[in-house]
Design a protein around this ligand. Structure first.
Ligand code: SF4
Length: 62
């Protein structure tokens, strides 16, 4: 499973960082991913962050 943040959509609300700080972090005013490939033990919280993102800026593939 891979994840990325669409920088054009992200509004910098930090919700994903609250839910899954192992994957997401802030870089200036937008979220970025610390790693592109999501380890198995973080996939549930990564999906939770995707669901919680109000602007659908989190893109999960695979
Ligand atoms: S939850 Fe969505 S809008 Fe908010 S910081 Fe994360 S990617 Fe950006």
């Amino acid at each position: 499973m891979k994840v990325r943040v669409d920088a054009d959509l992200c509004i910098g609300c930090e919700t994903c960082i609250d839910i899954c700080p192992e994957i997401f972090e802030m870089n200036d005013n937008i979220a970025v991913t610390k790693k592109e490939s999501v380890p198995a033990d973080l996939q549930d919280s990564c999906r939770e962050a995707e669901d919680a993102c109000a602007v659908d800026a989190i893109i999960i593939e695979g």
